[in-house]
Ligand binder design. Structure first.
Ligand code: 5AD
Length: 506
């Protein structure tokens, strides 16, 4: 790569204040790694004639290129122009299979997701089978010596794999990503000649280029640290489809400089990810949760969505961060995503400054949403809260209680209406145990998490036909609903079943 290009690339989106620092780093990296790492534009004709300076300059970045570097990080173009020495085709993954291995901290788990997101966009496929990989990338850790030793050992194993592969198929490419690449830089390339690419924690956008260079048989590295790279526009791809949790990273780097710690040197300066990008990721995760609730029979279709008030004015005083309209929109979205979902909510009656009009707004929200379950409270001022310091608890106690009663009445009416729709239906119920109110009844929960009461009698077991059983806690049973109140459903039990055997009942 042309040195000037390299500097500009490092500076892209970077504040001007950082120019000299990065320039220094870049030149240092260039001079020491040059022999083995970066293919210069004229490198194909190595040992041949070096193009003269002006023609190299012509092939370098244009003024537009430079202007683009001043773009806001959020406006980074999705598709970059290929560098002059690579074609778009060479830059593409062309369905090559990448095997990613993650070591160390949760930040590395997130980095793996970012690296994979970049490569996926570039036309790579993912494999979880080492044997069928065309590219193996280790997302490495430098936190303690032992962490690095683990990677060196792994590299020795991969070396054997690569040597074997050389004879049979297309060459296997091996890359070191993350903190160890950053800390050791060219030392890795020199020590392990079979490592093809190095990418530091701020260089994952460059992975397609580095891999394209590696395809020509040369080692390639980008270990430049950035002052502002947060990968804000790269949505991490959750790497484990069966993962039960997801981490949303909100910052990168560290400025603490604890006297024992390498992190500030491998991950660079502390920088926060833009709030909009964090929110977008959380929104996508929430969408996935809704999708899961919809798809999976073993997850009950109930969502608790505490509204607290139906008045946007009161919601603002409560500092809830949403308006009535936004809340209602969310309710519609959830109902569309999970047909038949059961919704519950919390409400506070008589918050500071709540007028009769505000209260009626809450009444109308209860009617509009028609919750299946509700938890309603009269407001009680709590010391230390913002309301305690800044607002006046000005709704008289008797008014609070009267409003609470009204809310409870309306909630019950609406819940009873909603529950009435279940009468005559056969529902799958997860048995919890004996009913608290009656020794002869059992109690369980339906798919909407509503209580279902039914007599404790012998029933047929669908898994063992002819056998009569009594339901035990943890069993699934089918119950035909015969009556309802606002809080519970009642019915008679038909049989013991399993999640698998019970297809959708209404
Ligand atoms: N007064 C009345 N209700 C409150 N809640 C929380 N704080 C108060 C308060 N000071 C209610 C809210 C919350 C639920 C757990 O308790 O509705 O969602």
């Amino acid at each position: 790569m042309h040195p000037l290009q390299c500097v500009l690339q490092a500076q892209r989106w970077g504040p001007l204040a950082s120019v000299s620092w990065l320039l220094f780093r870049t030149c240092r990296a260039q001079s020491s790694v040059h022999g083995t790492t970066y293919p210069g534009p004229g490198r194909q004709q190595e040992n041949g004639v070096q193009k003269d300076f002006s023609s190299r300059l012509a092939a370098g970045p244009t003024f537009q290129h430079f202007l683009r570097s001043a773009l806001d990080p959020q406006e980074k173009p999705d598709v970059e122009d290929p560098p002059p020495y690579l074609t778009v085709d060479e830059l593409s993954g062309r369905q090559r299979k990448v095997y990613l291995e993650t070591y160390g901290c949760q930040m590395n788990v997130n980095d793996t997701e970012i690296a994979w997101s970049v490569l996926q966009k570039s036309g790579y496929l993912r494999t979880r089978n080492l044997q069928e990989a065309d590219v193996i990338l280790l997302v490495t850790c430098s936190i303690r010596e032992k962490a690095e030793q683990t990677i060196w050992n792994r590299l020795h194993q991969l070396k054997a794999l690569k040597t074997k592969r050389l004879r049979s198929r297309v060459p296997l490419r091996i890359g070191i990503l993350g903190c160890m690449a950053e800390r050791l830089k060219e030392e890795i390339l020199n020590r392990e000649k079979m490592v093809d690419i190095l990418a530091g924690p701020d260089a994952y956008r460059d992975l397609p280029r580095l891999l394209a260079v590696a395809e020509s048989g040369q080692q390639a590295a980008n270990v430049l640290l950035s002052l502002d790279e947060t990968y804000a526009d790269v949505m991490p791809v959750q790497t484990s489809p069966s993962a039960t949790s997801a981490f949303v990273s909100i910052m990168r780097g560290c400025d603490n400089m604890c006297s024992y710690c390498i992190v500030p040197f491998t991950r660079g300066r502390e920088r926060s990810r833009p709030v909009a990008s964090i929110l977008e990721e959380v929104r996508k995760l929430s969408e996935q949760v809704l999708q899961l609730i919809h798809e999976r029979d073993n997850i009950c279709k109930q969502i608790h969505l505490p509204a607290q008030s139906g008045s946007s004015r009161v919601l603002e005083a409560m500092r809830r961060g949403y308006s009535r309209e936004a809340y209602v929109e969310l309710v519609h979205h959830i109902r569309e995503s999970i047909p038949g979902v059961s919704l519950s909510s919390d409400f506070i009656a008589g918050f500071c400054g709540e007028t009769e009009e505000d209260h009626l707004q809450t009444v109308s929200l209860l009617r509009e949403v028609q919750y299946n379950m509700g938890f309603l409270f009269a407001y009680s001022m709590r010391q230390k809260t913002r309301a305690y310091h800044r607002l006046k608890d000005d709704v008289p106690e008797e008014v609070k209680l009267r409003r609470l009663e009204e809310l409870i009445t309306v909630f019950r009416e609406e819940a009873t209406k909603a529950n009435m729709a279940s009468v005559g239906c056969t529902q799958l119920v997860l048995v919890e145990g004996h009913s608290k109110r009656s020794a002869t009844d059992l109690c369980g929960r339906n798919d909407g998490n509503l209580k279902v009461i039914f007599p404790n009698v012998e029933m047929e077991d669908v898994s063992n036909s002819g056998v009569r059983v009594r339901a035990q806690p943890g069993d699934y049973v089918l119950v035909k609903i015969t009556s309802t109140s606002s809080q519970t459903l009642k019915g008679h039990v038909l049989c013991r079943t399993t999640l698998k055997d019970s297809s959708a009942y209404c």
